[in-house]
Write a protein that binds this ligand. Structure first.
Ligand code: ZN
Length: 235
């Protein structure tokens, strides 16, 4: 822990890259964990139910699943989110890159958040592009429909969809400039995590994850512990 604080002290351009494990400590289940979504008894596996083709073909079932399993609007930021917001305010941390769609980093006060997979808080009409609040989705009995008659889609990246180029470029740019990269709550197995790391040239690569990852050998510091507890010294 002392080493982590020492690293932070020495660094001027910290970037954080986080996955589902950052949000599990706020009570949002990890898609890919053993007792997570993938083992539940829905008609299809989650990769199917949150795919673009399923959204188009079985829109109502998509929203049943989405509302039951992907919307955690009452979740609150944990110590990891709060610590990262504090490090940004202190001028140390320049960007949070997240694979999560829950908006908890912003709720904690982070400003420069790059959401690789979008956010449940933004929703838009596929026909007229009008932006709708998330309540439009939660209040709808079935498929949320815009005044124009178009279907409203959450602004999240579904399976079979491409990541946003601008966000990817910005994420790579920040990582390339970073003198410290903290990776937390991800096994790094999920695209595009591994590719993003290739551009990192700094001296302080820190991995914080409850279990070991295949990247541990490359890291300067590996902490196998709760990310909230680990980062709580910065809150
Ligand atoms: Zn519309």
């Amino acid at each position: 822990m002392h080493m982590l604080q020492d690293y932070v002290e020495k660094s001027m351009y910290i970037v954080f890259f986080g996955g589902a494990g950052v949000s599990t400590e706020s009570g949002i289940p990890d898609f890919r964990s053993v007792d997570g979504l993938y083992n539940e008894k829905w008609k299809y596996p989650p990769e199917v139910m949150i795919s673009r083709s399923f959204f188009k073909r079985q829109t109502e079932e998509f929203f049943d699943f989405y509302k039951a399993k992907l919307l955690y609007l009452d979740a609150q930021p944990n110590k990891a989110h709060l610590a990262l917001a504090a490090l940004e305010k202190a001028g140390k941390l320049k960007a949070v890159i997240t694979q999560n769609i829950d908006g908890l980093h912003q709720k904690a006060g982070s400003e420069n958040v790059l959401e690789l997979h979008g956010s449940v808080w933004r929703n838009f009409c596929l026909k007229c592009k009008e932006v709708h609040p998330v309540s439009t989705v939660t209040d709808a009995a079935g498929v949320p429909i815009c005044n124009c008659g178009g279907v409203i889609k959450p602004d999240i990246v579904l399976y079979e969809e491409q990541l946003d180029d601008d966000i990817m470029i910005s994420a790579m740019d920040h990582i390339a400039r970073a003198d410290m990269l903290i990776i937390g709550g991800t096994s790094l197995a999920v695209y595009p995590a591994a590719g993003l790391l290739d551009v990192y040239k700094g001296q302080r690569l820190v991995l914080i994850n409850k279990s070991a990852t295949h990247m541990d050998m490359m890291a300067d510091l590996v902490i196998n512990d709760s990310i909230g507890d680990t980062l709580s010294c910065f809150v």
